[in-house]
Write a protein that binds this ligand. Structure first.
Ligand SMILES: [Fe+2]
Length: 217
Protein backbone atom coordinates (compact mmCIF):
# COMPACT_ATOMS: atom_id res chain seq x y z
CA UNK A 1 0.00 0.00 0.00
CA UNK A 2 2.88 2.32 0.78
CA UNK A 3 4.12 2.31 -2.83
CA UNK A 4 0.63 2.87 -4.17
CA UNK A 5 0.07 6.04 -2.14
CA UNK A 6 3.64 7.38 -2.07
CA UNK A 7 3.21 9.69 -5.12
CA UNK A 8 0.16 11.29 -3.55
CA UNK A 9 2.01 12.29 -0.36
CA UNK A 10 3.74 15.13 -2.19
CA UNK A 11 0.44 16.19 -3.75
CA UNK A 12 -1.47 16.12 -0.46
CA UNK A 13 1.08 17.84 1.76
CA UNK A 14 0.37 21.40 0.47
CA UNK A 15 -3.37 20.74 0.73
CA UNK A 16 -3.00 19.67 4.36
CA UNK A 17 -0.84 22.70 5.13
CA UNK A 18 -3.48 24.94 3.54
CA UNK A 19 -6.25 23.38 5.66
CA UNK A 20 -4.19 23.77 8.83
CA UNK A 21 -3.27 27.35 7.95
CA UNK A 22 -6.87 28.28 7.12
CA UNK A 23 -7.97 27.15 10.59
CA UNK A 24 -5.58 29.82 11.90
CA UNK A 25 -6.24 28.80 15.51
CA UNK A 26 -2.51 28.43 16.01
CA UNK A 27 -1.37 31.75 14.54
CA UNK A 28 -0.42 33.26 17.87
CA UNK A 29 0.72 30.03 19.52
CA UNK A 30 4.41 29.28 18.95
CA UNK A 31 4.06 25.87 20.61
CA UNK A 32 1.34 24.66 18.23
CA UNK A 33 2.07 26.53 14.99
CA UNK A 34 2.85 25.19 11.52
CA UNK A 35 6.43 24.42 12.62
CA UNK A 36 5.01 22.06 15.27
CA UNK A 37 2.92 20.32 12.59
CA UNK A 38 5.96 19.95 10.29
CA UNK A 39 8.02 18.53 13.18
CA UNK A 40 5.31 16.03 14.11
CA UNK A 41 5.16 14.81 10.51
CA UNK A 42 8.99 14.64 10.38
CA UNK A 43 8.98 12.62 13.62
CA UNK A 44 6.34 10.28 12.19
CA UNK A 45 8.39 9.78 9.00
CA UNK A 46 11.40 8.86 11.15
CA UNK A 47 9.32 6.41 13.19
CA UNK A 48 7.92 4.82 10.02
CA UNK A 49 11.43 4.55 8.53
CA UNK A 50 12.69 2.91 11.74
CA UNK A 51 9.68 0.63 12.08
CA UNK A 52 10.05 -3.12 11.91
CA UNK A 53 7.68 -6.03 12.34
CA UNK A 54 4.20 -4.86 13.29
CA UNK A 55 5.43 -1.24 13.33
CA UNK A 56 6.46 -1.25 9.67
CA UNK A 57 3.27 -1.24 7.63
CA UNK A 58 1.54 2.08 8.27
CA UNK A 59 -0.39 3.98 5.61
CA UNK A 60 1.71 7.16 5.31
CA UNK A 61 -1.10 9.24 3.79
CA UNK A 62 -3.30 8.62 6.85
CA UNK A 63 -0.36 9.42 9.14
CA UNK A 64 0.54 12.61 7.27
CA UNK A 65 -3.06 13.89 7.22
CA UNK A 66 -3.46 13.27 10.95
CA UNK A 67 -0.09 14.88 11.75
CA UNK A 68 -0.99 18.12 9.95
CA UNK A 69 -4.58 18.29 11.18
CA UNK A 70 -4.32 16.94 14.75
CA UNK A 71 -4.32 20.39 16.36
CA UNK A 72 -7.03 22.06 14.21
CA UNK A 73 -8.88 22.77 17.46
CA UNK A 74 -6.39 23.50 20.21
CA UNK A 75 -7.61 24.49 23.65
CA UNK A 76 -5.24 25.65 26.42
CA UNK A 77 -4.06 23.05 28.95
CA UNK A 78 -6.15 24.68 31.67
CA UNK A 79 -9.32 25.00 29.54
CA UNK A 80 -12.31 23.02 30.95
CA UNK A 81 -13.16 21.58 27.49
CA UNK A 82 -9.57 20.55 26.78
CA UNK A 83 -10.38 16.81 26.69
CA UNK A 84 -12.82 17.33 23.79
CA UNK A 85 -10.37 19.24 21.57
CA UNK A 86 -9.06 16.19 19.69
CA UNK A 87 -12.60 15.03 18.84
CA UNK A 88 -13.43 18.51 17.56
CA UNK A 89 -10.19 18.51 15.55
CA UNK A 90 -11.09 15.13 14.04
CA UNK A 91 -14.55 16.32 13.01
CA UNK A 92 -13.17 19.48 11.40
CA UNK A 93 -10.43 17.52 9.69
CA UNK A 94 -12.86 15.01 8.19
CA UNK A 95 -15.09 17.80 6.87
CA UNK A 96 -12.17 19.69 5.32
CA UNK A 97 -10.57 16.55 3.87
CA UNK A 98 -13.86 15.34 2.37
CA UNK A 99 -14.36 18.76 0.77
CA UNK A 100 -10.84 18.56 -0.67
CA UNK A 101 -11.47 15.13 -2.22
CA UNK A 102 -9.35 13.07 0.19
CA UNK A 103 -9.79 9.30 -0.34
CA UNK A 104 -13.07 8.54 1.48
CA UNK A 105 -11.97 5.08 2.60
CA UNK A 106 -9.19 6.63 4.67
CA UNK A 107 -11.21 9.35 6.42
CA UNK A 108 -12.22 7.34 9.47
CA UNK A 109 -8.64 6.21 10.04
CA UNK A 110 -7.46 9.83 9.96
CA UNK A 111 -10.22 10.80 12.39
CA UNK A 112 -9.25 8.04 14.82
CA UNK A 113 -5.56 8.98 14.71
CA UNK A 114 -6.45 12.60 15.49
CA UNK A 115 -8.88 11.72 18.30
CA UNK A 116 -6.47 9.29 19.96
CA UNK A 117 -3.35 11.49 19.83
CA UNK A 118 -4.43 13.57 22.79
CA UNK A 119 -3.14 12.90 26.30
CA UNK A 120 -6.18 14.50 27.91
CA UNK A 121 -8.73 12.68 25.72
CA UNK A 122 -7.33 9.37 27.08
CA UNK A 123 -8.62 7.30 24.14
CA UNK A 124 -6.81 4.06 23.23
CA UNK A 125 -4.92 4.21 19.92
CA UNK A 126 -6.38 1.24 18.05
CA UNK A 127 -4.42 1.46 14.80
CA UNK A 128 -0.73 1.63 13.90
CA UNK A 129 -1.33 5.03 12.28
CA UNK A 130 -2.85 6.37 15.52
CA UNK A 131 0.04 5.00 17.56
CA UNK A 132 2.56 6.65 15.23
CA UNK A 133 0.82 10.05 15.36
CA UNK A 134 0.56 9.88 19.15
CA UNK A 135 4.26 9.05 19.50
CA UNK A 136 5.29 11.68 16.93
CA UNK A 137 3.33 14.42 18.71
CA UNK A 138 4.65 13.42 22.15
CA UNK A 139 8.23 13.39 20.88
CA UNK A 140 7.83 17.11 20.17
CA UNK A 141 7.22 17.56 23.89
CA UNK A 142 10.63 16.07 24.73
CA UNK A 143 14.21 17.15 24.05
CA UNK A 144 15.37 20.72 23.46
CA UNK A 145 12.28 21.75 21.49
CA UNK A 146 10.02 20.15 24.07
CA UNK A 147 11.76 22.22 26.71
CA UNK A 148 11.29 25.43 24.74
CA UNK A 149 7.60 24.60 24.21
CA UNK A 150 7.20 23.78 27.90
CA UNK A 151 8.29 27.24 29.02
CA UNK A 152 6.40 28.91 26.17
CA UNK A 153 3.15 27.21 27.26
CA UNK A 154 3.88 27.97 30.92
CA UNK A 155 4.24 31.63 29.95
CA UNK A 156 0.84 31.53 28.25
CA UNK A 157 -0.71 30.08 31.44
CA UNK A 158 1.11 32.55 33.67
CA UNK A 159 2.96 29.80 35.55
CA UNK A 160 6.09 30.38 37.61
CA UNK A 161 9.34 28.73 36.47
CA UNK A 162 9.70 26.22 39.27
CA UNK A 163 8.82 25.25 42.80
CA UNK A 164 6.93 22.15 43.98
CA UNK A 165 5.24 19.32 42.09
CA UNK A 166 2.32 21.08 40.44
CA UNK A 167 2.78 21.37 36.71
CA UNK A 168 0.04 23.95 36.17
CA UNK A 169 1.58 26.41 38.62
CA UNK A 170 5.23 25.59 37.99
CA UNK A 171 6.68 24.93 34.54
CA UNK A 172 9.69 22.87 35.54
CA UNK A 173 7.52 20.35 37.37
CA UNK A 174 5.90 19.41 34.07
CA UNK A 175 9.09 17.42 33.36
CA UNK A 176 8.52 15.11 36.31
CA UNK A 177 4.71 15.20 36.46
CA UNK A 178 4.17 14.33 32.80
CA UNK A 179 7.16 14.29 30.47
CA UNK A 180 9.18 11.71 32.44
CA UNK A 181 6.25 9.29 31.97
CA UNK A 182 6.15 9.61 28.19
CA UNK A 183 8.87 7.12 27.13
CA UNK A 184 7.03 4.28 28.88
CA UNK A 185 3.77 5.35 27.21
CA UNK A 186 5.22 5.33 23.69
CA UNK A 187 3.37 2.97 21.36
CA UNK A 188 6.20 2.08 18.98
CA UNK A 189 9.68 0.71 19.68
CA UNK A 190 11.33 3.50 17.66
CA UNK A 191 9.26 6.09 19.54
CA UNK A 192 10.30 4.61 22.88
CA UNK A 193 13.99 4.77 21.97
CA UNK A 194 13.82 8.36 20.72
CA UNK A 195 11.73 9.47 23.69
CA UNK A 196 14.27 7.99 26.10
CA UNK A 197 17.09 9.96 24.47
CA UNK A 198 15.12 13.20 24.50
CA UNK A 199 14.01 12.75 28.09
CA UNK A 200 17.63 12.24 29.17
CA UNK A 201 18.45 15.68 27.71
CA UNK A 202 15.51 17.21 29.56
CA UNK A 203 16.53 15.67 32.86
CA UNK A 204 20.12 16.89 32.40
CA UNK A 205 18.73 20.40 31.91
CA UNK A 206 16.52 19.99 34.97
CA UNK A 207 19.55 19.04 37.07
CA UNK A 208 21.42 22.17 35.91
CA UNK A 209 18.36 24.28 36.59
CA UNK A 210 17.94 22.85 40.10
CA UNK A 211 21.59 23.53 40.84
CA UNK A 212 21.32 27.19 39.82
CA UNK A 213 17.92 27.56 41.50
CA UNK A 214 19.43 26.24 44.71
CA UNK A 215 22.17 28.87 44.50
CA UNK A 216 19.78 31.72 43.78
CA UNK A 217 19.65 34.33 46.54
FE1 LIG B 1 0.38 18.63 18.68
Amino acid sequence: MRDAVAPSLAAWQPVLIAIASAASVNDNDGAHDLHHLHRVWTNAEALMAAGSGADADADPLIVMAACYLHDLVNLPKNHPERATASRLSAARAVAALAAAGFPAARLQAVAHAIEAHSFSAALPARTLEARLVQDADRLDGLGAIGLARLFYIAGQMGSALAHALDDRAYALDHIVVKLARLPALMQTAAGRALAGQRLARLLAFRDEFALEWGRAP
